[in-house]
Unconditional design. Sequence first.
Length: 411
Amino acid sequence: MDVTTPSKYIKRSLEPVIKKAAKEFPAVVLTGPRQSGKTTLLLHLFGERHRYVSLEAPDVRASAREDPRGFLEMYSPPIIFDEIQHAPDLLPYIKEKIDANRGGKGQFLLTGSQNILLMEKVTESLAGRAAVLQLLPLSRREMEGRPGLPLPWETDAYSKPDKSFTFQGLWEKFLRGGFPELSAEPGRDTRLWHASYVQTYLERDVRTLRQVGDLSQFQNFLQVLAARSSQLLNLSDVSRDLGIAVNTAKTWLSVLETTYQVFVLRPYFANVGKRLIKTPKVYFMDVGTLCYLTGLKNPEHAATGPMGGAVMETAVLTEIVKALIHQGMPPKVYFWRTTSGTEVDIIVETNGKLIPLEVKLSATPRPAMANSIRRFKNDLRTKAMKGYVVHPGDTVLPLGEGVTALPYAAL
């Protein structure tokens, strides 16, 4: 799948962060999964002032590799270098250019989608000279044209779903996912697009990584992880089911995490005198990718089938993670589970305080849905803040004891 510019630009919440970074650093490195809109964002913000060069073409890549200094003379700053992971040896020479003009800000804007290889080179060559930011697929806020909308605990007012909200429409959006091309072109065949995306990811991103040998087996690994989404992840079980070594499963999970395909949710630990579960969970960064990999084809199947809870949890978690990352912040997000089975799906740490969230598949919120949050608040009295039960309906409802039921569409 070639990079194409969507016919309609969608405003991104990362815009003010990347503008600020370009005013403060000589270089900005924008990473993120393939097709998340990195090129479109940079061209929209800086296209009038900066030249644009894609390093994906073999002849351009060869020119950069064979004569890097001559290449940088030909393509002098201010410049956007797209897919810099194809020419990582160019980075030391970019550093040389930056050091020769230490007063220049925003000279080099670089994009890359293979975080494993790219970040090693960036750390070696551009330490202290580059701001590194991440752009993930579209959040709900961005798709609705409200990229600056605060998270519920950042404001005292909750935004209710608009009048066009429908339960079926919500699940149709989950099936479609958050990639800009699908959002800008609603007529596209969703499953065909995701099939092409997964194949492109395997052939272009994964094939180049030494840690992955058998691509068909790796694709099976993707599907097995998708089926276990939002569950405690036992890699021994996964490796046994696939007939691979546990260390191979760990390596492959790391590949998926560092190429932004999955988010590994780790447990929150606190000294509260309880035995806590230490096993992580895994979520796909795009809910549409999750739906495709698990074979979900229509809203009814997605909402009422066995993956309904996992899809809903993925949508809530990734909305929070995207909102935080697009503010330029590392997401401090966890889950909490005791060995006795008490669990809170999502814990967000902010300013030393903890925000507990439970995700429910029922659109009819009831006080009993907040029981786990109440236990959590009781155990972590000094740190726990007001909590939320997030559901797929359209009702905002106080559930008592500092817990509010909140629609996903108002998260």
